[in-house]
Design a protein around this ligand. Structure first.
Ligand code: SAH
Length: 337
């Protein structure tokens, strides 16, 4: 489906019957194009060391009052085996930009996970050189997830003292060129964003032809420079964005991102019924979770990997959906072949 900027804007403002129709249509488009399977991709937050100081992020380097941790290889492999036992088919290795997670170390880790499990591997380790990406792909990485956060040059610059937008967008192009499945997206309500800017962002994101689209609301973290900001939009807008993205990107994998549970209990369930088709349960060992609070009110801080796995299986059954049994690779990548 194509929508003009004006049409997107009007959907962002939809209320009452129109809003119900948007959610219903997004759910139908989801069902027709990516089916009833919900793919489980366990997130393993392997390190909260980060050399960057993104102004919204709860693990930015300038925050001194958190304990920094790094999981070791044995813990990571054990968590991957637990994930497999819990019906997850992908591990998402996420962390800050940590120099100790080197090209060679992550390369070896990928090989080990591939040898010891059948999991697909998504990496989410921030900005990296092209030769590192190619090496990780050659070692067996299937996908890479990095949000561009905002395509408005001013808003990107205000949020990212250490990064620039052109480099970030080039990074996403590089992923596509080297043939690793690419996931990206933006923060809804990043400080300075207007509703018109949000409509433009939705169209820009759709133009990237992404395999996966990961989008969530900006939630102010009190220990960051953006802690004094507030999200300019009401929470209904957050859901509308995902529904509109589904209409514009029928074949993309769209996760029901964790931050939706932080803004509303059962937010992730609702989102699965409004366009999303992927769930990313937290698979990080419980003892580390309190140190990886990118934003306040992050769910599941006191749970274990097994708790989250059990919970998500119940959630999916309760809304009449099925757990995806294959790896849930990109449908766009299949078409490109
Ligand atoms: N360092 C990696 C991965 C960790 S951050 C990277 O930057 O890609 C993962 C995502 O968390 C970011 O892309 C950002 O969109 C989100 N995030 C961080 N702080 C947030 C906040 N305060 N509110 C909402 N999302 C946040």
């Amino acid at each position: 489906m194509n929508l003009t900027e004006k049409e997107v804007l009007s959907l962002l403002k939809a209320e009452g019957k129109e809003l119900a129709a948007l959610y219903k249509q997004a759910d139908q488009v989801r069902q027709e194009n990516v089916g009833d399977e919900v793919y489980l991709r366990g997130i393993l937050e392997v390190s909260n060391y980060c050399k960057k100081s993104c102004n919204y992020c709860g693990i930015r380097s300038k925050i001194k009052n958190i304990t920094r941790y790094r999981m070791d290889t044995t813990e990571i492999i054990q968590a991957c085996k637990d994930m497999e036992r819990n019906k997850m088919t992908t591990v998402v290795i996420q962390g800050g930009e940590d120099a100790k997670l080197s090209k060679e170390y992550i390369g070896e880790l990928i090989r080990k996970i591939k040898k010891e499990t059948k999991l697909a591997i998504t990496l989410s380790l921030g900005d990296q050189p092209k030769d590192t990406l190619i090496h990780w792909k050659n070692c067996g990485a299937d996908r890479y997830l990095i949000r561009y956060e905002s395509s408005d040059p001013d808003l990107f610059a205000k949020a990212h003292p250490d990064d620039d937008l052109t480099t970030r967008l080039t990074f996403i192009k590089t992923l596509q060129e080297i043939g690793i499945q690419a996931g990206s997206g933006f923060l809804i309500g990043i400080p300075g964003q207007t509703i018109e800017g949000l409509a433009k962002e939705i169209l820009f994101c759709s133009s990237l032809n992404l395999d996966m689209i990961g989008i969530g609301p900006f939630i102010p973290h009190p220990d960051t420079p953006f802690g004094i900001e507030s999200n300019p939009f009401d929470k209904e807008v957050f859901f509308k964005v995902i529904s509109i993205m589904r209409l514009l990107n029928p074949k993309a994998h769209i996760p029901s991102t964790t931050a939706f549970d932080a803004i509303q209990p059962n937010g992730r369930n609702l989102l699965l019924q409004r366009g999303a088709n992927v769930f990313m349960p937290n698979a990080t060992p419980q003892k580390y979770r309190k140190f990886y609070q990118l934003y306040p009110n992050k769910p599941c801080i006191d749970e274990s990997g097994d708790d989250c796995a059990k919970c998500v299986q119940g959630r999916i059954v309760s809304i009449g959906r099925k757990i995806g049994t294959d790896q849930g690779h990109s449908l766009l990548a299949k078409e490109k072949k």
